[in-house]
Design a protein around this ligand. Sequence first.
Ligand code: MRU
Length: 355
Amino acid sequence: MSAFRTIWTTEDNYVEVIDQRKLPHEWVVEKLVSYKDAERAIKDMVVRGAPLIGATAAYGVYLAAREGANMEEAFAALRASRPTAVNLFWALDRMQRALDNAENLVETAWTEAGNIVEDDVETCRMIGVHGLPLIEALSQQKNGETVHILTHCNAGMLGCIEWGTISSPIYQAVQKGIKVHVWVDETRPRLQGANLTAYELTRHNVPHTLIVDNQGGHLMQHGMVDMCIVGTDRTTRIGDVANKIGTYLKALAAHDNQIPFYVALPSTTLDWTISDGLKEIPIEQRNQDEVRWVVGKSKATGKLDEVLICPETTQASNYGFDVTPARLVTALITERGVCAASEEGLLSLFPEQRK
Ligand code: MRU
């Protein structure tokens, strides 16, 4: 679907990723040659987005096997790289299971990491297949007028391998000739909306407008948003959704204005072991300097630069994610179909998870 993927292997069987910290201004490719490179890429957000974090960790296991590292240490380091996106733990568990009875660790890890990547591509494509009718229905209700979709953070292809989760229905709608327009929350402090979502929508010719994070409520009150779609880093078995900080406020505003609020997710983002998102999902706290300093292209030099936006001594708080309770989610869009954000809804699509 896309002209590029977010992670790929090289001729000498190493792994390459795009340094997403530099987008949209610079296209820098980083080669990962050891598991520590993969660990650092996840920790420092060279790569980010739940499915891509999982895929990178999977290749981290392969790199550990290839360099003859202590596998226990490698697994532990990769597990500790970021706490909230459950795909990381899902991918590492899947790699562990594959390696448990493997004769050749390197070959098995290579194959399994490749499978994780290919599975994600197909999963995201299917999220699009199931999400498309929701956009199509709104378009029909509006007699073919533009459907305005609000999104937060980046749950596009850059957070996955190809297609993305929220972007898959949008790209498939555009391919079908449905008129859409995306309101892109800039997503402070790391600006995944401004830097990444706007970038990939531009590359895919999808009409969009960048907005400050606090604008959504106003747009919703004035009938300028037809639907919201966001991604998730971890969704509980009852449908509580952890996603980038600020998602909850969008869900509240959508609820108050009777605007459908959808969450698009691969089943790899479901954490069947927990129910209460507020109590049980670990919320990452990142360095306060991500809030105090803004990174962007300097007007003066045309190069990437950092600018302090508060007094030198002001301290900042930086929770990376928040939890949107299931009651505020209109429906979940998964690779198996669309369901209510509830245990019964999820179990109707994933009956194998019944206890
Ligand atoms: O901190 P990030 O950039 O890794 O956070 C990403 C998100 O919150 C995404 O919305 C989520 O991972 C879904 S990606 C398909």
